[in-house]
Design a protein around this ligand. Structure first.
Ligand SMILES: CC(=O)SCCNC(=O)CCNC(=O)[C@H](O)C(C)(C)COP(=O)(O)OP(=O)(O)OC[C@H]1O[C@@H](n2cnc3c(N)ncnc32)[C@H](O)[C@@H]1OP(=O)(O)O
Ligand SMILES: CC(C)C(=O)C(=O)O
Length: 520
């Protein structure tokens, strides 16, 4: 595999290690079936190299690498191996089924790793590199060598290690920021220096592999490419050891979106990114944070009025990528307490409502009120609210305020204020439960003899803060009317529904005056 130039852009190879480094996240183990599905989508989306596992780690890992190797259509399938013959041989055994297989062998190079992890001298590790890269090359033509903890390795020694690996036939040289310690400038300089100083550095492709301990994994990866690397090791959703690896989706979209500043091309088709993200989140059990770049639930969602207004005028005001390019159906304008009139009106139109100016203002006021009390305002909430608004429009008897005292102590008491033809009246009433007390308070303000035929409550959406939609059916003199009310407070919704039914009944008696129901 050689890096090529397409027009004015250098090709960068995308090496996905979700199934190896990603699976190393505590608790992220995946089944064989899940791994096969993930590998399949990675292959289809154009990932150049899939690191399918660490074959010596377990029989399950060996089987996963072998099966993925068998199913792969275009991607290179790599397996990881320590600088140990048994690891390398087992890896070769697993990747041999692939049309294009790779052995990825690694050894520590930093002083702290040499002293404590490996208990070896620099010279001993150099001999190990020579021995193990040669062994791997004798088994397969595509060998990647990694210097574990490269970014904490003195540059002179790192140059000697890289030189030895290339001399023995390594075709890819990976210099990982194993502990996420580097800064972008340092990482870029390390690649530039090594590529310049190591003889025959042009015989290998250099690779970045960054961890996100300081939140710099994507920035460091792109800096490494600016320093001369042409392979990027990354994972879907940034899954990986500790704080994770560089996120594949962010890398791919940064290169595409900022091609002016990042003159590189990748083979990945970004339309698969959202699907791949969901698949990995489901298989690993690691939910994607809502504000995650590209694949987070909010990456293409806007709640604030000013942004929504801008988006309705021109999407480029607040979006630098098109959602459909990464497999998201469309931008969503989420209705919430920060939304403004433009978005609210647009949402009503989408839901099929055209309100006049006054009704719109009233509905918007109630919507803001609702959004202040409720975490999520769903379309169903807005529909219930508007239906409620429409049903009470023009009514001259309205609920203004309600306080209910309920609980085990009893008796339940309701204190209700109503507007009757512009006049406010307040009464208290008790009842057999809070709903009964509320209805008794209505009767105290508007005495009537209509009888209750139906009282029904249902939650408009899920959650304890859901709006209740209440239906009340009243009968008087053989006539029936049903009223509806919606509110996050079930008792307020009940009072509204009752009053609405009362108003309708009065209309049907053609008096328009609920008080006249008394005569029926
Ligand atoms: C930065 C990275 O992501 S590196 C990859 C990390 N991933 C994993 O470790 C996941 C899979 N690992 C495993 O299943 C196991 O650790 C195995 C099968 C690889 C090894 O298991 P064990 O033989 O029981 O060894 P254990 O894990 O306890 O210790 C690691 C040994 O490997 C040695 N080692 C570590 N890295 C390397 C290397 N690159 N090359 C050679 N030896 C290494 C350590 O020095 C230690 O050797 P020691 O027993 O002589 O002290
Ligand atoms: C094995 C290597 C590539 C690694 O995962 C790291 O250094 O983080």
């Amino acid at each position: 595999m050689t890096a090529s130039q397409t027009a004015d852009k250098d090709q960068v190879f995308i090496f996905d290690t979700t199934l190896r480094d990603g699976e190393q996240s505590p608790g992220a183990s995946m089944t064989l079936d899940e791994k096969l599905q993930i590998a399949d989508i990675l292959d289809e989306m154009g990932v150049d190299i899939i690191e399918a596992g660490f074959p010596i780690a377990s029989n399950g890992d060996f089987e996963a690498v072998s099966e993925i190797a068998k199913q792969a259509k275009t991607s290179v399938i790599a397996g990881l191996a320590r600088a140990i013959h048994a690891d390398i041989d087992r890896c070769a055994e697993a990747v041999k089924h692939a049309e294009k297989g790779r052995i990825h062998t690694f050894v520590s190079t930093s002083p702290i790793h040499l002293q404590f992890q490996m208990n070896k001298t620099e010279e001993q590790v150099l001999d190990i590199i020579t021995d193990t890269v040669t062994r791997a090359r004798n088994l397969i033509g595509d060998v990647e060598w990694s210097a574990m903890d490269a970014t904490r390795t003195p540059i002179d020694y790192l140059c000697r290690c890289v030189e030895a690996a290339i001399k023995c036939g390594a075709t890819t040289i990976n210099l990982p920021d194993t502990v996420g310690y580097a800064t972008p400038d340092e990482y870029k300089k390390m690649f530039a220096d090594i590529i310049e100083r190591v003889p025959n550095s042009d015989k290998a492709i250099f690779s970045v592999h960054c961890h996100d301990d300081l939140g710099l994994a994507v920035a460091n990866s792109l800096a490494g490419v600016a320093g001369g690397a042409r392979q990027i090791e990354c994972t879907i959703n940034g899954l990986g050891e500790r704080a994770g690896n560089a996120a594949l989706e962010a890398i791919v979209m940064a290169i595409r979106t900022r091609s002016d500043a990042l003159p590189y091309a990748s083979n990945v088709d970004p339309k698969f990114l959202t699907r791949a993200s969901k698949l990995v989140a489901g298989a690993s059990g690691f939910a994607v944070q809502h504000n995650k770049a590209i694949v987070g639930k909010n990456a293409f969602a806007h709640e604030s009025g000013i942004h929504q207004d801008g988006m309705l005028k021109n999407a480029e005001t607040y979006e630098i990528m098109r959602p459909e390019d990464v497999g998201v159906k469309a931008t969503s304008l989420v209705m919430g307490k920060h939304s403004g009139r433009h978005a609210f009106k647009d949402k009503l139109k989408e839901l099929g409502y055209e309100l006049g100016d006054n009704a719109l203002q009233d509905a918007f006021r109630r919507f803001k009120d609702l959004a202040d009390r409720k975490k999520h305002v769903y379309d169903e909430d807005i529909e219930a609210l508007v239906e409620d608004e429409i049903s009470i429009a023009g009514e001259n008897t309205k609920v203004i305020a309600l306080t209910v005292i309920a609980g085990t102590g009893g008796p339940q008491k309701a204190i209700l204020t109503m507007d009757i033809d512009g006049r406010h009246e307040t009464r208290e009433a008790t009842g057999d439960g809070p709903v009964d007390a509320t209805f008794n308070a209505i009767k105290a303000i508007v005495p009537h003899e209509a009888t209750l035929q139906l009282y029904q409550v249902h939650a408009v959406t899920e959650g304890t803060d859901a709006q209740a939609e209440v239906s009340v059916r009243l009968e008087a003199d053989g006539r029936i009317a049903t009223g509806k009310g919606a509110d996050t407070d079930t008792l307020v919704a009940s009072a509204r529904a009752y009053v609405s039914a009362m108003n309708k009944l009065a209309m049907r008696q053609q008096t328009g005056n609920p008080g006249a129901l008394k005569a029926s």
